[in-house]
Design a binder for this molecule. Structure first.
Ligand SMILES: Cc1cc2nc3c(=O)[nH]c(=O)nc-3n(C[C@H](O)[C@H](O)[C@H](O)COP(=O)(O)OP(=O)(O)OC[C@H]3O[C@@H](n4cnc5c(N)ncnc54)[C@H](O)[C@@H]3O)c2cc1C
Length: 387
């Protein structure tokens, strides 16, 4: 087993790191305070190919594998979790669903502008009464001449206000639950779409989260993604991808918290010496450092499974579940190292603390990841558990 990165992987990591340090770090605080997505930064990131990183070159992307893609998410997550998630939703959920099951015509039409960052993607699944239970959708797509008529409300749509395209899930056979869901590629300028105000949130204030309303929207048949009632397989595969990506964002966020805590502890003096000399502080640092390395191992393993075309559902859930906790614990412990300064908005650790909390919810909650992990254990005993 070789843990070394190849020359090409090292080159990609250095490119991502360099961009994040030079471009993202300087706008992250402003993004949080202004509560607006950093669109100028997105243009620069797009010019580097970040919005099309895993999209194949023949559709205008860079075509990188999972391992370097997780390193991109990690480096973005180190400096701005909102920006990292913006790119993750666009790429892992929206664009890669089209890549996964789209027709050649759909791929040719949507992937090049998505890869260049000219068209931002969103993924509209969650509804007011359908969160973890994503099979119980109330948004209906009714079959009409030449296509479908879409009616319903989608909540928590990340990138909702900046998206050029939505991948939308609707019931085409409501009584069949998850076997009656169909996906559609919906252009943002389709008649009948209303994008609500940005949600006020505890953190991730640069992530453009909206409620989106669909009122009698006509969607041509050519924009149905995959077969009728074949939306569930798109959702499950999209979840595998976003979970692995969010685990990598969590890794970056945890590393950032650790670096902030270590720097602070090396400078702050109490009782005549740097607090780094106090064992209580060293313990916090050591605990987070161990968690970070364990998480990196889980991500590398899941990325290896994905790159070698093996099933990575369980590995992604494990990494996502562990990663969200590592990111939260890291921010919490390193905030403690900062003492009162950590509670001040002037210090970056306070933003990290607020931002990482959402990682235990989006992409599937902690509880749903536990279910997926436990499902594998019970399967070995011949027991099929339900959420
Ligand atoms: C920052 C952010 C961004 C998001 N972006 C998007 C997006 O781009 N697109 C999108 O479609 N959605 C998005 N979401 C929505 C997200 O996917 C949902 O919030 C999530 O799936 C949970 O659904 P819910 O909030 O309705 O909670 P619920 O499903 O109502 O859950 C409430 C609580 O009950 C628990 N629970 C529910 N069912 C079970 C069960 N069977 N067993 C044990 N516990 C259970 C949950 O784990 C949770 O603790 C986003 C959410 C956030 C916070």
């Amino acid at each position: 087993m070789d843990f070394n990165l190849s020359e090409e992987q090292t080159m990609f990591r250095d490119l991502f790191r360099d961009f994040a340090e030079k471009e993202i770090a300087k706008v992250a605080e402003h993004t949080d305070r202004s509560e607006e997505p950093p669109t100028e930064l997105f243009k620069k990131a797009a010019a580097q190919g970040f919005f099309g990183a895993p999209i194949p070159e023949n559709y205008g992307g860079v075509g990188i594998d999972w391992l370097p893609y997780t390193m991109l998410a990690e480096e973005l997550g180190k400096h701005c979790v909102s920006t990292a998630i913006t790119v993750a939703i666009h790429t892992s959920l929206s664009a890669m669903s089209i890549l996964d099951v789209g027709t050649e015509e759909q791929k040719q039409k949507y992937l090049p502008p998505m890869a260049s960052g000219e068209m931002i993607g969103a993924f509209a699944l969650t509804e007011p009464d359908a969160g973890s239970d994503a099979g119980s959708l109330a948004t209906i797509a009714e079959k009409v001449d030449g296509g479908y008529r879409l009616n319903g409300t989608k909540t928590w749509v990340s990138n909702g206000g900046i998206a050029g395209v939505f991948v939308v899930f609707a019931a085409t056979d409501p009584s069949a639950q998850n076997k009656g869901i169909t996906a559609f590629i919906v252009d943002a300028d389709t008649d009948g779409i209303t994008v609500g105000y940005r949600e006020k949130t505890m953190g991730l204030r640069g992530l453009d989260i909206r409620t989106v309303y669909f009122d009698e929207c006509f969607i041509p048949e050519s924009n149905r993604l995959n077969g009728e009632n074949a939306g569930w397989e798109i959702i499950t595969r999209a979840f595998d991808r976003i979970r692995l990506t969010l685990a990598a964002v969590s890794l970056g966020a945890a590393e950032a918290s650790l670096a902030l805590g270590v720097t602070f502890a090396a400078e702050r003096k109490q009782f005549g010496t740097q607090i780094a000399n106090k064992q209580a502080i060293q313990n916090y640092v050591a605990e987070v450092a161990v968690d970070v390395e364990a998480l990196r191992g889980l991500i590398r393993h899941a990325a290896w499974l994905a790159d070698s075309k093996q099933d990575f559902t369980r590995a992604a859930s494990i990494a996502k579940f562990f990663g969200a906790r590592v990111a939260q614990n890291a921010a919490n412990k390193m905030l403690q190292v900062h003492g009162g300064y950590g509670f001040s908005d002037e210090y970056a650790i306070s933003r990290n603390y607020r931002d990482v909390r959402a990682l235990r919810i989006l992409g599937g909650t902690d509880e749903m990841q536990r279910f997926i992990v436990a499902r594998g254990n019970f399967e070995e005993k011949g027991i099929k558990i339900q959420p």
